[in-house]
Design a protein around this ligand. Structure first.
Ligand SMILES: Nc1nc2c(ncn2[C@@H]2O[C@H](COP(=O)(O)OP(=O)(O)OP(=O)(O)O)[C@@H](O)[C@H]2O)c(=O)[nH]1
Ligand SMILES: [Mg+2]
Length: 247
């Protein structure tokens, strides 16, 4: 199967080189699938694009999409997902952060569940065995943990980590049916994840959460802002109303 790992980046020079190297090592250990990497870069001002260009000389399975400006995580993923489906004919898409907060080794576990027949595999910080960084402030821990809990309770979801950035999604029957359109997605920022999660569940995706140890970011700065909290509240409210109206 063709598996595309999409990595959105904005100023991730401290992490992206090592991340690609480690992902490529993992790919070699899974010869049953054909992997490629799609970096969607939001016009980084640091060395991120240069480092990716350098890696392209060594590995032939890397492509970089350059956005003219930083438009938000959801916009970057929509761009990358559409490209993966139309240009690479990908069978599955893995969403993967570019700051090394996800462990490349976890790709093996995502693929294992995909091979077991799951359509949607979520790397979860909030099931038994999952963790968030010790170094996080109390505010960060509270917002992340209770944010996910709030989304689960409000929207009546079976999943515990509803904002996780590590996911594998099957394309056939699922991502090829989703509103992967900037005008239809409910948020162009981090909250797009809540919308796509609900759409996948609505489509009846066989879903599994696997525990992950979410690491501290490696260099660079967080791009998550207060706006993301309001975007999440907006998306949850719209989905709740739609659910109420049976849409
Ligand atoms: N292309 C693109 N990438 C983005 C954008 N916003 C964030 N990213 C990247 O998306 C990934 C996740 O963003 P982060 O800022 O790490 O979000 P987070 O993991 O929730 O926040 P931290 O825990 O503070 O790191 C990182 O690789 C970012 O560089 C964007 O607007 N465009
Ligand atoms: Mg991060």
């Amino acid at each position: 199967m063709k598996i595309t790992v999409i990595i959105p980046t904005y100023n991730e020079a401290g992490a992206i080189g090592g991340l690609i190297y480690n992902l490529e090592k993992v790919f070699k250990e899974i010869p049953s699938h054909d992997f490629n990497i799609l970096v969607v870069d939001a016009d980084s001002k640091d060395q991120t694009p240069d480092i990716v260009n350098e890696a392209q000389k060594k590995y032939k399975n890397i492509e970089i999409l350059a956005e003219p400006i930083k438009r938000g995580l959801g916009a970057a993923y929509i761009y990358g997902m559409k490209h993966a489906i139309s240009k690479f004919n990908s069978d599955a898409i893995i969403e993967f952060d570019g700051d090394f907060q996800h462990n490349p080794e976890d790709v093996k576990r995502l693929i294992c569940e995909f091979d077991n027949g799951f359509d949607y595999v979520i790397g979860s910080r909030y099931v038994r065995g999952g963790t968030i960084p010790e170094e996080w402030s109390g505010r960060q821990k509270f917002l992340s943990k209770y944010g996910s809990w709030f989304i689960m309770k409000t929207l009546n979801l079976p999943t515990h980590d509803n904002t996780s950035g590590l996911r594998l999604s099957r394309v056939a029957g699922f991502y090829d049916k989703l509103p992967l359109d900037e005008n239809k997605i409910l948020s162009l920022y981090h909250a797009y994840k809540i919308h796509l999660l609900c759409e996948m569940l609505k489509l009846g995706a066989k879903t599994k959460e696997i525990p992950i140890k979410f690491l501290e970011r490696r260099g660079g700065d967080s791009k998550s802002t207060v706006r993301d909290i309001f975007e999440s509240l907006k998306v949850v409210s719209i989905l709740k109303v739609r659910d109420f109206l049976g849409k």
